[in-house]
Design a protein around this ligand. Sequence first.
Ligand code: COA
Ligand code: ZN
Length: 300
Amino acid sequence: MYPKKIQIIEIGPRDGFQNVKDFIPTDEKIKIIQGIIESGANRIQLTSFVSPKHIEQMKDAKIIIKHFLEKYKDKRFYALTPNYYGAKRAYESGLREITYVISVSEGHNKANVNRTLDESFAELEKIINDFPEILVNLDAATVFGCPFDGIVTLEQVVNYVERARKLGVKIVNLCDTIGVANPIQVKEIITTLLEKFPEIEFHIHIHDTRNMGMVNSLTAIEYGITNVQASIAGMGGCPFAPGASGNLSTEDFIYMLEKMNIETNINFEKLLEIAKYAKKTINGTYSGHHINIDTKLSCF
Ligand code: COA
Ligand code: ZN
């Protein structure tokens, strides 16, 4: 059974831009985000508050947040933070929603944020206690497999979510960081988590490394997920996960949902325009499966 409506969460401005080596001028980022908003997107991950020594691309996070918070009062904007300092910077820039990242596997957590899981969870607890006005999402990286530790078990995932639940986390984003998930695994993890944690809102975030972004995201919605993360032009990738490729592309996914009569707020043609523009302007990493990006819609 498919839902009638899906909320698309656009993550290109964070997951996409973070993987582009050359600095994208802030005005260019703002133009692309503006286009995404004009296509109808309501929920957008705008940037990340990370160490510029690790990801220089995100050094203009504060400017981007201020710009869009001032311009739009009715949108749900947020940013990724890997540590307490990042959450504090996000708060000071005016944000009241963040996503904090902890991997399910120790190997990737160390490579990504230079912390053990215990250290990351302790810092999460401190953020929740010190910033009660911030709504904290949790990005669960490597749910479906880790480039360093290999297989991640269902038990590890359940224990991880239980740990988050005890801290009061209400939104958990299940990330296939390196694009190794398959539909049976997606079904198993989602049905287990939705049954065990009915109070938690789960999102899905699939990298399209092996062209399985569509099928895995579709499987997720088939089994009850209604919040799907996607990135325009399929931009994306984790600089700290070898082999990580682009994300599920927003325009491909919306095209499919429209054909299936599943509603989103997004205007496909407007989104396609801005996706084409982003692809032309930014020399980043893309997954390889964007049939409709360089082709006129009328061909279909
Ligand atoms: N924002 C800005 N600067 C930050 C910061 C943040 N959130 N966190 C740390 N810094 C600065 C520190 O002030 C310090 O600067 P200094 O050397 O001038 O004193 C420097 O970065 C290193 O800080 P430290 O606490 O030692 O961090 P670290 O070296 O252990 O790195 C992270 C930890 C989390 C900051 C770093 O790994 C990071 O930003 N990773 C990015 C992860 C990411 O975005 N991955 C992709 C998305 S999942
Ligand atoms: Zn990602």
